[in-house]
Design a protein around this ligand. Structure first.
Ligand SMILES: *Cc1c(COP(=O)(O)O)cnc(C)c1O
Length: 385
């Protein structure tokens, strides 16, 4: 018999105002995209985080696809991406015919190792895609300096990066383009949802055109042009007002959500950082399992957003034992990405990448375990006492 699930891995936040705002959007009579709530959400982000221009999208995947279009990626161009990331980070560029070149993770954090980037650059390299894992920033100073020197575009996959900062700058505000996710597994959610942040002002006009099916409809709605027609490539990247209204009900609660998530993160950290608690929580045979505690030093160094809390185990086998032991106690904990350079797709389409040895990425694929972290999670200390 399967044990009853007492603590799920995730429970999407709900503020209680979602239906009120959705109803209001319906009463306003404009339910398609780029209406009242879309504007509210976009302005919220622009004002609070200093993004030059924000455009809501139906997902972070869509925002990444817009980024690839805006970078004018052509078949044969090379794009440098981490191997330890979500498929959308690479797919967006592969869809445009790019060859992806994978960077390994750092030995002390799943983020891409900035020291390994320069040796991967060729005359075909066009962009670097940075992924801020768990809302912990990559070494942007170094990455931006390299990109500048080689005239490369920088796209920040800040899917998990809301309300996280690098030297006071919001994640997603430092590259030419940034992408954020409001998928239900993220800190702020609208079921599916995302946003493109355009920090290079020269890309804003085209971004608005791509967003609205290759037309100047956005400029038209502002009264800047008399009519709109087909002027460029494009697609329907914008979400409906129903999604934006839902998102607004979440954004109003951003500070409350963040406070709670950070308290839970600290709670976990405190619990696992005390030896006597470790030996109590983990049955004796698991005592040696935890090799490194999370991104503790990175987390304390940067003001990260408590998107996730992970443990690292010495091996796949020990991690599996721990996952099963938690499950027997009704707690769902899950592993995360599997190295993309070792994927089926890479094997078929990028065999040279498949051959490469990226040991740190493989290590996080096998040994990283994420613990439940959501707004309603009951106070942990109780369970550890
Ligand atoms: C969640 C996530 C995405 C995809 O976001 P969607 O909104 O689901 O498309 C992309 N990259 C990273 C790093 C993510 O965590």
């Amino acid at each position: 018999m399967k044990p009853e699930i007492k603590i799920p891995f995730n429970k999407p936040f709900q503020s209680g105002k979602e239906l009120t705002y959705i109803q209001d959007a319906i009463h306003r009579g404009k339910i398609s995209g780029n209406g009242h709530y879309t504007q509210l959400c976009q302005e919220f982000f622009e004002k609070r985080y200093g993004f030059q221009k924000c455009l809501l999208t139906t997902s972070c995947t869509d925002a990444l696809e817009m980024a690839a279009l805006l970078c004018d990626i052509q078949p044969g161009d090379e794009v440098i991406v981490p191997s330890f990331t979500f498929v959308s980070t690479t797919n967006a560029f592969v869809l445009r015919g790019a060859k992806v070149v994978f960077v390994d993770s750092k030995s002390d954090h799943p983020n891409m190792d900035e020291k390994l980037i320069e040796e991967l650059i060729t005359t075909k390299t066009k962009a670097i895609v940075v992924v801020h894992y768990g809302g912990v920033p990559c070494e942007m100073d170094t990455i931006l300096e390299i990109a500048d020197r080689y005239h490369l575009l920088v796209i920040e996959d800040a899917a998990q990066g809301i309300d996280s900062f690098y030297q006071g700058k919001a994640l997603g505000s430092m590259g030419h383009l940034g992408c954020m996710s409001f998928h239900e597994t993220k800190n702020i959610q609208s079921g599916e949802g995302g946003m493109l942040m355009i920090n290079d002002p020269s890309l804003i006009k085209r971004a608005e055109i791509l967003w609205e099916k290759g037309t100047e409809r956005v400029a038209f709605s502002r009264g800047e042009v008399q009519k709109y027609g087909w002027v460029d490539q494009g697609s329907s990247f914008l979400p409906s007002e129903l999604t934006a209204a839902f998102l607004w009900a979440q954004l109003e609660n951003l500070d409350v959500i963040q406070l709670r998530r950070k308290a839970i993160w600290e709670d976990y950290f405190g619990a696992f950082n005390r030896e006597e608690v470790q030996s109590h929580v983990l049955a004796p045979k698991y005592l040696e399992l935890i090799k490194t505690l999370n991104s503790s030093s990175s987390y304390l160094k940067f003001s990260a957003n408590a998107h996730l809390f992970f443990l690292l185990f010495p091996s796949l086998a020990t991690r599996s034992i721990y996952i099963n032991s938690l499950r027997e106690n009704g707690i769902l904990a899950v592993f995360h990405y599997q190295s993309l350079h070792r994927s089926e797709f890479a094997k078929r389409h990028f065999p040279d990448q498949y051959q490469r040895d990226l040991p740190n990425s493989d290590y996080y694929s096998d040994c990283l375990l994420r613990l439940p972290l959501f707004y309603e999670l009951p106070k942990l200390s109780k369970q550890f006492e």
